[in-house]
Design a protein around this ligand. Structure first.
Ligand code: GLU
Length: 305
C-alpha cells in the first residue's frame, strides 16, 4: 500500500505553494487508495510555535485534505532521534564540527549548484586533544562524513538522478550546535519509522535526496520513492515564501472557498483550461503527474486575487 505524507514546517501560515505541494502529496496517494501521514516538522521551536501548527491543521481541514495517521510532532520525538544519532556514532561516521556559519563563509567553500556552501572539511580530522580544547569554548555540531560514493535514484517526475556525495553536499549536519536535530536526520528517521513509501514535495528538495538516501543506507531502512514537483513562482521569478507574505491561507480563506483554490491550482498546473471551482474528488479525476511541466510554474495573477 502507498503511504504518502504531509510534512509541513509551521514557521508561518501556508502559502499557495505549500498548499499545492500538500494537494499533490494527497492526490498522488489517494488516487491509488493510499494512506497519508501528517507530521509537523517543528524541531526549531522558536520559529515553529504550537499555535502555528494548530492553524495549519485547521487550514488542512478547511481545504479538505485529510490524513490517516498523526499529527505527529517532531518536537515530541527527540528521544527517537537521539537513538539514531547513537547508531551513527557507533558506525563511526560522525565527527564534531566547531565551525560557525560565519567561519564557513569566510573559508569560501565551493558552491554546489544550489548556491549552498559545501562544507570544506575544516573539522574532519581534529585530534582528541583539539576536540577537548575546542569543546571548552564552544559546543560542536555533529556532521556525517561522506566520500566519493555515487548515489543514484529515479525521481518519478525528474527522472534518473546521479550524484557524488562529497561534491553534492560535503559532510552534512545531523545535529546543530544548539542541540537541535537537523532536517536530514529527522526526516529520514520519521519517514522510515512511519512507513512512508512515497515522498512528494517541491523540487527545491531534489538536491537533498542523495544525502537522505545515504542515511537510509546507514540505518538499513528501505528506500521510499520520490516525486519532486516544480515550484510555484511569481512573475519576477521569485519563489513563493512565507516571509514575503505571499498569498497565504489567511488572505485566501477570506476571499475564496476551498473549491476555488483547488480549481485555481488545477488550472495553473495545466490539468484544466480555465479557472473553475473544483472539489477534491474532481481534482483526483484530472490528476495526472505526467502533465506537470519540468520547469517552475509562473503563477497567473491576472485577475482579482
Ligand atoms: N518540512 C519541509 C518543508 O516544509 C519539507 C520536508 C520534506 O518534505 O522532506 O519545507
Amino acid at each position: 500500500m502507498v503511504v504518502g505524507r504531509f510534512a509541513p514546517t509551521p514557521s508561518g501560515r501556508m502559502h499557495l505553494g505549500n498548499i499545492y505541494a500538500m494537494l499533490f502529496a494527497w492526490a498522488k496517494s489517494r488516487k491509488f487508495g493510499g494512506e497519508i501521514v501528517l507530521r509537523i516538522e517543528d524541531l526549531d521551536k522558536l520559529r515553529c510555535p504550537r499555535s502555528n501548527a494548530e492553524i495549519l491543521i485547521d487550514d488542512l481541514y478547511w481545504l479538505g485534505l485529510d490524513w490517516d495517521k498523526g499529527p505527529y510532532f517532531q518536537s515530541e520525538r527527540i528521544e527517537i532521534y537521539k537513538k539514531y544519532i547513537e547508531i551513527l556514532k557507533q558506525k563511526r561516521v560522525t565527527f564534531p564540527c566547531f565551525c560557525s556559519r560565519g567561519e564557513l563563509h569566510i573559508a569560501n567553500a565551493p558552491h554546489t549548484n544550489d548556491g549552498i556552501y559545501r562544507y570544506p572539511g575544516t573539522c574532519r580530522n581534529l585530534t582528541k586533544e583539539q576536540i577537548a580544547i575546542k569543546s571548552f569554548w564552544r559546543s560542536p555540531a555533529l556532521r556525517v562524513r561522506v566520500d566519493d560514493r555515487v548515489i543514484c535514484f529515479e525521481d518519478e517526475h525528474y527522472g534518473i538522478q546521479k550524484s557524488v556525495l562529497d561534491k553534492n553536499s560535503g559532510d552534512f549536519i545531523v545535529c546543530r550546535s544548539d542541540g537541535v536535530y537537523a532536517y536530514h536526520l529527522s526526516v529520514v528517521v520519521d519517514d522510515a519509522i512511519m512507513g512512508v513509501t512515497e515522498i512528494v514535495r517541491g523540487s527545491d528538495l531534489l538536491g537533498s535526496v542523495p544525502v537522505q538516501l545515504y542515511l537510509y543506507e546507514l540505518f538499513e531502512f528501505e528506500r521510499p520513492s520520490y516525486c519532486h514537483i516544480p515550484l510555484f513562482k511569481v512573475a519576477d521569478g521569485r519563489r513563493l515564501a512565507k516571509r514575503d507574505g505571499d498569498l497565504d491561507m489567511g488572505t485566501l480563506r477570506k476571499k475564496y472557498s476551498a473549491e476555488d483554490i483547488i480549481g485555481y491550482i488545477a488550472w495553473q498546473v495545466g490539468f484544466i483550461d480555465k479557472w473553475e471551482k473544483m472539489n477534491k474528488s474532481e481534482f483526483l479525476s484530472v490528476f495526472e503527474i505526467d502533465k506537470l511541466p519540468m520547469n517552475d510554474i509562473v503563477l497567473n495573477y491576472n485577475f482579482d486575487l
